[in-house]
Design a protein around this ligand. Sequence first.
Ligand code: NAD
Length: 348
Amino acid sequence: QRTGFAIVGLGRLALGQILPAMAKSKYCKPVALVSGDRAKAQKIAAQYGIPAGSIYDYTTYDQLAKNPAVQVIYIVLPNSMHAEYTIRGAKAGKHILCEKPMATTAHDCQRMIDACNAAGVKLMIAYRSQYEANDVALVKMIRAGRFGKLRQIVATNSQNQGDPSQWRLKKALAGGGCMPDVGVYCLNAARFLSNEEPYEVQASVVQPKDDPRFTEVESSCQFIARFPSGLVALCNSGYDAHKSQFLRVEGVEGWAEMHPAFAYTGIKLQYSKLVEGEEILHAPAIEEKDQFAAEMDHMALCVQQNLRPHTPGEEGLQDQIVTDAIYESAKTGRAVKIPAPKAPTRGP
Ligand code: NAD
């Protein structure tokens, strides 16, 4: 049984990853497209066997309500548009899968959660890493006590942005610079790997005056997040450095690292292992599976079996609250406290 997805926004992620991953999924099929570019949508629809009558634009979007083939709307638009299209989609009676970052303000995240609750539809944020095989294996090892009590998480996620006119570098559309786009992977990993919520952050951002890409947003962000158990996460993200993706978890009894981490493919997990008293590097054989397909299959199963998604709206809201605290700390130069989440952030 396959659940029907409408894909909203036919940009790089939708065309390069999400639509191709549909074919690798077990429980999903693309059944509708929403795009401002009719000719592009027609071409993609033909390629994926989507009927021409199931192509919508941003003004006819609400008519998805009348399309029974669509059960889930997958929102793949610039960040600041996620709230509007989630709320309109919920009002159309459809379940929502929304790309990260969930929105650009905590207020919008809460409005999205409220709209989906009011409409009785599910809301999942597309945190693909939480469905990726190496990450899933690492979570299991951490929960089983393989590394003892966690003491430090070190993570970096950087890439070099080109075109200064792209929406990612516009504050109104992106919400910020590298932090909400790629830094959120470090933050989210620290939260889901530890299964704890940070109570305080201390941060700095760099915004070079002589680089036209960064007139509105930061080029790099560094933060320390402190967790109740004494765990500390040291995270860095960048928009002006060569692609660099790394994660390290340090516990009292061992460590694990992923290099690269956060990537679409080729993630490599390694961990320390004592063999006859000697510490060796162990690289487990983990079969590579398409993480976008795994993520979408999770959403489809939640719909089919009426389950709460593992990464619901509350998970995205908490990342936004911490992101706001990171910016506040960078601005004031002081540590900023974060209240404990009001609702559970992750489902089963
Ligand atoms: P993109 O720029 O390639 O695509 C965005 C799409 O939105 C385009 O088709 C564009 O035409 C459309 N659009 C509609 N209104 C627009 C407007 N006012 N301004 C600009 N574009 C507009 O971006 P993308 O890389 O596909 O990212 C889309 C979303 O997916 C973002 O929220 C991003 O954070 C997220 N993303 C997630 C991952 C991941 O690994 N999960 C990777 C990349 C992007």
